[in-house]
Design a protein around this ligand. Structure first.
Ligand code: OSB
Ligand code: MG
Length: 369
């Protein structure tokens, strides 16, 4: 019941400028390139997915171009015209393609959205969500203390209850301590994106006992032992982001005690099917999860919001209003933050549609199969 047969898969490749540059020690992002997937079944029902790779490999090995190639040459052809009884079938149809998880995730997501629509059910209900509202959280990038304080104050005024501050190897821990003291009502995360990779643990220890709710990814993605040492020596919880590329990375984290918390990015681990697998495993092991962001559009954010309604997703994720990054997000409705929360759509599927008017302004290529 509720299965479908794929009639057509449309790829929309687009580039949208960010409202303001997103600068970290790794990269400055000024425009966001992406691939949207529209999967249409024989009855004309469609599902949406979004590829979260970046234009260049500064954050992950995959890029928009590697995803575009993998999708067109291998992934789309292996599911075109196929009957799908359940979205978990999609992963099996990809079993002959190694890696390329970001490309796979976009199709996996589209299949889940389509499947939920066929059931006439919102995705969050289909997967067992327990919340109708999700806490909003915003990320702050900054170059000087003044900018950090101004942006934190803006976040507080808009109603965010959680602020994620990007830190780099040159960041002064005292500055972070000052901001935390200035906004006692806010929950603070610090995201290092591996900046402590060529530093000593002593330098990281300066960030302990500042009042941070967690420190995200202090070391490199493969530095399990160094993360385990940080977990042993610090009272601030360590959350792993870049290190969590697959289910077995989560097993590794738990076995090696290399992290206290998982930052889940479904678009990076291969999609919702793999994300649900990780979620169930973390719940079983008492490991908190929160939903990470990658400067996405409303399709990926809607998929992530559905997962954020699950039990055990207890910490506020990277869910800011669409207007935080975008003048125009090519989907509707846009994400709104009200009273520090985002409400979850009760429409079937992920609850967002393409805004073709906006999309066509930013399209750079299309492919239909
Ligand atoms: O490390 O969480 C990260 C953006 C791009 C790549 C990596 C990261 C981020 C963010 C943005 O921190 C969070 C968001 O989308 O709100
Ligand atoms: Mg991160």
């Amino acid at each position: 019941m509720g299965g479908f047969r794929i009639r057509e898969i449309r790829l929309h490749r687009l580039t949208v400028p960010l409202k303001s540059p997103f600068s970290t020690h790794l990269q400055t992002v000024t425009e966001r390139e992406s691939i949207f997937i529209e999967m249409v079944d024989t009855e004309g029902v469609s599902g949406l997915g979004e590829c979260v790779a970046f234009s260049s490999p500064w954050y992950t090995e995959e890029t928009v171009q590697t995803c575009w190639d993998a999708l067109i040459n291998w992934l789309v052809p292996s599911i075109a015209g196929k009957g799908i009884n359940h979205p978990t079938d999609v992963g099996h149809l990809f079993s002959h393609v190694k890696g390329n998880r970001m490309a796979k995730a976009a199709l996996d997501q589209a299949a889940w959205d389509l499947f939920a629509k066929k059931q006439g059910m919102p995705l969050h209900r289909l997967i067992g969500g327990v919340r109708r509202e999700v806490d909003a959280g915003v990320v702050v990038t900054w170059t000087d203390t003044e900018e950090l304080i101004r942006k934190t104050e803006d976040a507080y005024r808009i109603g965010y209850s959680r602020v994620k501050i990007k830190i780099g190897s040159g960041t002064d821990a005292e500055v972070i301590a000052t901001v935390i003291k200035q906004f006692p009502q806010l929950l603070f995360f610090a995201d290092a994106n591996g900046a402590f990779s060529n530093k000593t643990l002593t330098e990281l220890l300066a960030y302990d006992n500042l009042g941070l709710a967690l420190i995200e990814q202090p070391f490199g993605e493969d530095e399990w032992d160094r993360h385990a040492e940080a977990v042993r020596q610090m009272s601030t919880p360590i959350a792993l982001d870049e290190s969590i590329r697959t289910f077995s990375d989560v097993e590794n984290m738990i076995q090696k005690k290399a992290g206290d918390i998982v930052v889940l990015k479904p678009g990076r681990v291969g999609g919702l099917t793999e994300a649900l697998h990780i979620h169930a495993y973390c719940l079983q092991h008492g490991i908190p999860i929160w939903m990470g962001g990658m400067i996405e559009f409303g399709i990926s954010k809607a998929h992530n919001l559905a997962i954020a309604t699950l039990p055990g997703v207890t910490l506020p994720g990277d869910f800011s209003a669409s207007t935080h990054f975008w003048n125009e997000d090519p989907v509707e409705p846009c994400i709104r933050v009200s009273g520090g929360e985002v409400s979850i759509s009760e429409r079937p599927g992920i609850g967002v549609d393409l805004n073709h008017e906006i999309l066509k302004k930013y399209l750079i290529a299309t492919h239909t199969a």
